[in-house]
Design a protein around this ligand. Structure first.
Ligand SMILES: O=C(O)CCC(=O)C(=O)O
Ligand SMILES: [Fe+2]
Length: 366
């Protein structure tokens, strides 16, 4: 439950939460998509073999990562390549493997009101008191200064990962402690505990700056001239294997500076574990990208393997799921200091800035 001074924000009543939908490999019709159609028909044997090999190697790596719950291992442990660091990594991996067998998702015994909200919609938004925002701005200032300097170096074309920094708990302890306290006071940790059915933890802290010079969401099919982006552009389910994220707005966020958007109820979309893994594999092996080279390889995969978590760019407006996404997409316009907690396996997008700038801290919770 949130403390006094923290206010839960609700989606407008004009939104229609996603109906009961089951994901299916043919949900995105690549055989009928302008950017893929020719490629699926023309793939030669060499390209098919190459695509299958990339897929198999990527899947093997992914299965290993999932077994040890790689993304739930904190950044400091992941990046320490010293002998002691590797021992610590192994310890964390083994602990995760043991705990993995006890994992439970979508707890049936959700008690708190906030947990219920998260369960129903997959997303929950809390606005925090001004003084807490000021404190967080102060303690995160060095991270944002470093990120701004790094961003300044790439001119024009910027991939998503370049818009995001990675804080180290060892080097920024005060920031981690402050965020943990804030998430607790805002009811975010209690809602996460209830949703996951186990005590949740803050894993990673990623400061992020987006502005109009970001190109990752605009240049979808660089070789194909299109008047406009599809309505579902950049909509995706995360490939991270993480559980929840909390995005803390450190700018006022309106329609034009990249509201984080979430399809209400999309956390309940049914998808088999195998199809989800196939999506994750293609999101991380490079085949899921949309530039011509990646599309050529992707199209050469067997139809069953042609699946992506980042599927929104590939949806044609006439697909039924496109209508469901648009009807339920909550573009979260909210004041600085709002925290958006969401299930990363629901359909979402964000940071598509057409005017000004948006600063956020994205927290991985698992
Ligand atoms: O930048 C955003 O608002 C969302 C990015 C995103 O999709 C994520 O953090 O999973
Ligand atoms: Fe995402």
């Amino acid at each position: 439950m949130t403390s006094p001074g923290y206010v839960l924000l609700d989606p407008g009543s004009d939104l229609r939460p996603m109906p009961d939908v089951a994901w299916h490999p043919s949900m995105v019709d690549y055989g009928r998509h302008d950017a893929y159609r020719g490629l699926t028909q023309d793939a030669d044997l060499k390209t098919r073999l190459s695509a299958a090999t990339i897929f198999a190697a990527g899947m093997a790596k992914l299965l290993l990562k999932r077994a040890i719950r790689y993304e739930m291992i904190p950044y400091d442990t992941r990046r320490d390549h010293s002998a002691r660091g590797r021992v610590r990594f192994l310890g964390a991996a083994l602990r995760n493997m043991a705990a993995g067998t006890m994992r439970k998702r979508h707890a049936s015994s959700v008690v708190s009101e906030d947990g219920t909200r998260l369960d129903q919609h997959g997303v929950m938004v809390v606005a925090v008191p001004d003084e807490r925002v000021t404190q967080l701005e102060q303690v995160s200032a060095p991270q944002f200064a470093a990120l701004a300097a790094r961003r300044g170096q790439s001119n024009g074309k910027r991939a998503f990962e370049e818009s995001r920094g990675q804080a180290s708990r060892a080097e920024a302890q005060a920031l981690f402690v402050q965020i943990e306290t804030l998430l607790r006071d805002a009811g975010v940790m209690a809602a996460s505990d209830a949703y996951l059915g186990r005590p949740a933890q803050l894993i990673d802290v990623n400061p992020q700056i987006n502005d109009v010079s970001d190109s990752f969401w605009r240049d979808i099919f660089p070789d194909i001239s299109a008047d406009q982006l599809p309505a579902t552009a950049y909509c995706h389910r995360d490939a991270s294997g993480g559980d929840l994220k909390a995005i803390i707005y450190l700018s006022d966020v309106g329609e034009r500076n990249g509201p984080f958007s979430y399809v209400l109820g999309s956390n309940r979309m049914r998808i088999s574990r195998l199809d989800d893994l196939i999506c994750e594999a293609n999101d991380s092996n490079g085949l899921g990208a949309t530039e011509p080279k990646a599309r050529k390889k992707f199209a050469a995969l067997p139809a069953r393997l042609r699946q992506k978590g980042a599927f929104g760019n590939d949806l044609t407006p006439d697909s039924p799921i496109s209508a469901d996404i648009n009807a339920g997409l909550w573009a979260i316009q909210a004041p600085k200091g709002s925290i958006v907690l969401f299930d990363t396996k629901g359909i979402h997008r964000g940071g598509m800035v057409v005017e000004g700038e948006r600063r956020v801290i994205t927290c991985v919770i698992g």
